[in-house]
Design a protein around this ligand. Structure first.
Ligand code: ADP
Ligand code: MG
Length: 454
């Protein structure tokens, strides 16, 4: 796009064009009637949009004077613009600027794919499902807070968002907020830094939220300021009888570094766990996924379903990944309608290999564990974006590769997407320094090391 300057530069450019046009035209009345009140509204690429005072003027200028004006424009600006004549009414309405008031969690959304209809119920998750359903039927009345805990990939986020989606459907007047505790930490940090003025964070919750769904509460651990604020908000919502639902990767009592008062509050309502699914439930989930993808379960040999369900039962996320891999393989690599055991094991061979590799401590395991811990993706850690949270996670990954694997700086840099020796050294030093005084950093390194050595 052309560099076309500020509003006043544009106005004076058009004034010069009109001067020239007036001379070339040599008819004062025509000039006054059609040209005098025109102005450039905006540019789009090489086109200047000129507003004139009537539809007739637009037609006339276009038919008779376009060349003349474009010539004048070229002389005045040195650039070959095309001119388009429009009336005031045709100018696109700019959206009115939003009122400048603190708005928290602007990006919070619910994923409609997480609902009760497509959640497969089995012994491993039945109670958590039932409690979630009841909370969605009578929010604030039965179990408050409801806390669901359990390992990764076992359906906690799915249930939490299903509650939100169901409430939005049947109680559309209730204001539902779904966030992860990591979002809360971010918002709190921005708030304290004073980037948001106006309404305070706690009054936002008091005035704007009826149902509070918080995912992955373990991210609060060790962050004392954030926990303090969370406690204030939690207590206020609770006192107002508003429904709160929380998930955690462990029972709150197991979360070292979680404020004792929060532990007490969190388990004061109903606390339930989700476990790894049994074989039948895993198979049922697979069949329902296949159907949801528009495929026919009968194209899969029953042994294939059992094989996948057995092999990937510790996490439903992994089960889904294995199925996706199989589907990808049978569509793109070895197109086949009928899927038997030989084909399935061939398709997921690579996946098993990756899993086995990952069970050994490696650079990539460190990257993915750190990413998980901060709710980032591995590619954010190895990428170039440098928000403070991503940069910190990256430094921590560097530090762990150095301290646990004794990697040379160069190797670390390579594993992290091509960072140079000095960058890595600097990152490692930052963490070492923080470890001397920052309890959050100490807790993060302790927990990450424990996870990695498991
Ligand atoms: P968590 O939050 O416990 O780590 P998620 O809720 O993100 O796990 O679940 C991981 C994936 O598995 C999601 O795609 C989710 O839809 C799916 N999933 C988990 N449990 C079930 C279930 N019981 N029925 C169907 N899909 C499930
Ligand atoms: Mg989750």
């Amino acid at each position: 796009m052309e560099r076309v300057g500020t509003v006043s530069e544009i106005a004076s450019l058009w004034a010069r064009v009109l001067e020239k046009a007036k001379l070339m035209l040599n008819d004062q009345n025509v000039y006054e009637a059609f040209f005098a009140s025109s102005y450039i509204d905006h540019f789009e690429g090489g086109t200047a949009f000129v507003v004139v005072n009537s539809g007739l003027a637009a037609n006339l200028l276009d038919a008779k004077y376009k060349n003349l004006l474009e010539q004048a424009m070229l002389e005045a600006s040195g650039t070959n613009f095309e001119l388009r004549f429009i009336t005031e009414d045709e100018v696109k309405e700019e959206p009115a600027p939003q009122e400048k008031k603190a708005v928290f969690f602007k990006d919070a959304v619910l994923n409609p794919n997480f609902n009760f209809q497509n959640f497969v119920v089995g012994p491993s998750n039945r109670e958590a499902y039932q409690a979630s359903l009841m909370v969605a039927r009578s929010p604030g009345k039965l179990y408050n807070p409801l806390l669901i805990y359990g390992g990764s990939g076992l359906g906690k986020t799915h249930l939490l968002q299903a509650i939100g989606n169901s409430l939005r459907g049947s109680f559309s007047n209730l204001r539902v907020l779904y966030i992860t505790a990591a979002d809360f930490v971010d918002e709190y940090v921005n708030y304290v830094r004073g980037q948001k003025d106006g309404e305070s964070l706690s009054s936002f919750f008091k005035n704007s939220i009826d149902v509070f769904l918080v995912d992955d509460i373990q991210f609060l651990v060790g962050k004392s300021g954030t926990m303090e604020m969370f406690f204030v908000i939690f207590s206020a919502l609770y006192a107002q009888g508003k429904q709160i639902v929380i998930t955690s990767d462990q029972h709150p009592n197991q979360l070292d570094g979680l404020d004792e008062r929060l532990k007490t509050r969190f388990i004061a309502g109903l606390t339930l766990d989700v476990k790894a699914p049994d074989l039948l439930t895993s198979e049922e989930i697979l069949r329902s996924r296949i159907a949801a993808d528009g495929l026919d379960v009968n194209d899969f040999e029953p042994e294939v379903i059992t094989f996948l369900a057995k092999r990937f039962s510790s996490s439903i996320r992994e089960l889904e990944e294995a199925l996706n891999r199989l589907l990808f393989y049978t569509i793109n690599i070895k197109p086949s309608k009928h899927i038997d055991l030989a084909l399935a094991s061939e398709a997921i061979q690579g996946l098993i290999q990756v899993q086995e590799d990952e069970s050994k401590l490696s650079d990539s395991k460190i990257i993915s564990t750190v990413a998980d811990y901060y709710s980032l993706t591995p590619s954010q850690i190895t990428g170039k974006i440098r928000t403070s949270q991503i940069a910190m996670a990256r430094h921590i990954a560097m530090y762990l590769m150095r301290s646990l694997l004794d990697d040379p700086f160069q190797k670390i840099g390579k594993a992290l997407g091509g960072k140079d020796h000095a960058t890595v050294m600097n990152g490692v030093q930052k963490v070492e320094k923080a470890l001397k005084s920052d309890p959050e950093m100490q807790a993060a390194i302790r927990e990450l090391t424990a996870k990695l050595k498991k």
